[in-house]
Ligand binder design. Structure first.
Ligand code: ADP
Ligand code: MG
Length: 313
């Protein structure tokens, strides 16, 4: 349906259509909101062709309209909240991790980002009454830190059958940033066959950071990340799913940002993530989560525990 729409755009023949498909443009809106430079590069067409395509897509796409507050409030009621296993962390998030939003965990190596993602994937399978979403999770694993053994430990700690839980967690390794972005499309496909209620990208930024090096590559990196983030948001909207992404803080001053405690990805990631949570280690397996940025919740902190059983109070 969406591909048919793209095929109908003036100037799109079979060759360009194929290139657009290969570059992951499967929706007219993706073209409409892109920049000529980015589209030209990804779809391997000239910049003037790209500009014409974008203009045509803008004309053909339904750019949406304005809605009144009462309609939006009704829509907010469909938002689901996923429990973390820690009451104080859930309270910090206003009752749990919201669907249709991106939550970014950022912090140093070992601060608990990956552990939280594992726990949320386990919890996502649970009944609504127990803070779950009765759904499956897709994990895009870029650092190869997914451990099924941890899922088994966390499931057993909750008296759940680990084999049942493992079958509801789908993991793909992303070999580079381009692959990472394509896996979101793949997840969208799979979400037609499974009730997917969460998508994890762990880590969101590691590949981008390793591949786009130097000041000259910064603009392009940010553009790619921006598109990736918007694809993730769209996935969240389509599936009423929780989107959780992780982001490292540079151990030593980053060439671009200087400040060692600033998350990678600069303001692109910061502005697109709906909730940003800064994680840091404390004594005895404790972790401190600080909600940095939220559209409707106060900036505050919560303390939780990481143990063999997973995340707890
Ligand atoms: P990152 O923020 O780099 O993703 P992780 O989420 O992987 O960090 O956290 C790693 C930490 O989680 C370890 O240093 C350890 O403190 C804790 N951890 C991991 N596995 C276990 C376990 N089986 N039992 C207790 N603690 C664990
Ligand atoms: Mg990790």
């Amino acid at each position: 349906m969406s591909e048919e729409e793209i095929a109908k755009l003036p100037g799109v023949g079979p060759a360009i259509l194929e290139k657009l498909k290969e570059a992951g443009y499967n929706d007219i809106m993706m073209i409409a909101v892109d920049s000529p430079k980015n589209l030209a590069e990804l779809a391997e067409v000239g910049e003037s062709t790209a500009a014409k395509l974008i203009a045509a897509a803008k004309k053909a796409a339904d750019v949406g309209g304005f809605e009144t507050g009462d309609v939006l409030l009704e829509r907010r009621k469909t938002i689901a909240k996923l429990g973390s296993g820690s009451k104080s962390l859930d309270e910090l998030m206003g009752g749990g991790f919201e669907s249709r939003a991106i939550t970014e965990f950022f912090g140093e190596f070992g601060s608990g980002k990956t552990q939280l993602c594992h726990q949320l994937a386990v919890n996502c399978t649970r009944p609504f009454e127990e803070g779950g979403l009765e759904g499956h999770t897709m994990i895009i694993d870029t650092e190869q830190t997914f451990r099924p053994e941890r899922i088994v430990q966390m499931s057993e700690a909750l008296d759940l059958d680990p084999d049942e839980i493992l079958k509801k967690i789908h993991v793909a390794r992303a070999f580079n940033s381009h692959h990472q972005t394509l896996l979101v499309d793949k997840a969208t496909e799979l979400a037609k066959d499974y009730p997917v209620r969460m998508l994890v990208v762990d880590s969101l930024t590691a590949h981008f950071r390793a591949e786009y090096i130097g000041r000259g590559a910064l603009a392009e990196r940010q553009q790619m990340l921006n598109k990736h983030m918007h694809d993730l948001l769209r996935f969240g909207d389509l599936n009423n799913a929780v989107i959780a992404v992780t982001n490292q803080v540079a151990a030593k001053p980053d060439a671009f940002f200087g400040d060692p405690t600033r998350p990678i990805g600069g303001h692109i990631v910061g502005h697109t993530a709906t909730f940003r949570i800064y994680l840091r280690k404390s004594k005895g397996g404790k972790r401190i989560a600080r909600l940095i940025d939220s559209p409707n919740l106060p900036e505050a902190e919560a303390v939780f525990q990481v143990s063999e059983a997973g995340i707890s109070e």
